[in-house]
Write a protein that binds this ligand. Structure first.
Ligand code: AMP
Length: 172
């Protein structure tokens, strides 16, 4: 099944900037059987010891994270780009493969001690996931694992996440 997912992911050269080979996961989303099997794959990984909550990183982390949260029957926390969340937030600024960014989480998104599964579509340099994990931990949450659909291993994002459990079924 993951071979089919790998085949469906498209390479878009020079997006969003020259020199970036963008891994486009939208063909996986538009194939209902494939999308469902990706969510089933992650659900089976976590159904025996489900997290208290799933946090997804804007915006493709919302797609996989929210579907998985529904499947596992747990709450979903959006970690958003600056200026989008309406209530009181905590923020973290970081470097990414193309530029810098700031992420925010609602201060009341979780209770101290809750086990949170963090989800994004793709691990590149790891800066985004590191910042997101830092926000969860700053609120007293425990990041039980960080799951991606895709890891670009040549960017060594795992080094940034050395103290976390990281999982990605598709590695380039
Ligand atoms: P990073 O912080 O470098 O790990 O970047 C991860 C974030 O940027 C994720 O939300 C990805 O969706 C996005 N991203 C970075 N590089 C790529 C790429 N080559 N193809 C698709 N998405 C990417």
């Amino acid at each position: 099944m993951m071979d089919q997912v790998r085949d469906a992911i498209r390479d878009i050269p020079d997006f969003p900037k020259p020199g970036i080979l963008f891994k486009d996961i939208t063909p996986v989303l538009s194939d209902p059987a494939l999308f469902r099997s990706v969510i089933s794959f992650f659900a089976s990984r976590h159904q025996d010891a489900p997290p208290d909550r799933i946090a997804g990183i804007e915006s493709r982390g919302f797609i996989f994270g929210a579907a998985l949260a529904d499947r596992l029957g747990v709450g979903f926390i959006p970690i958003r780009k600056k200026g989008k969340l309406p209530a009181e937030t905590l923020d973290a600024t970081y470097d990414l493969e193309y530029g810098t960014a700031t992420l925010e989480i609602h201060k009341d998104a979780l209770r101290p001690g809750e086990r949170v599964l963090l989800i994004d579509d793709l691990l590149a340099t790891g800066g985004t996931a590191k910042a997101a994990a830092g926000l969860i931990e700053a609120l007293g949450g425990v990041v039980m694992e960080i799951d991606f659909l895709v890891e670009l291993s040549f960017l060594n994002g795992c080094n940034q996440l050395a103290n976390q459990t990281v999982f990605a079924p598709i590695i380039y």
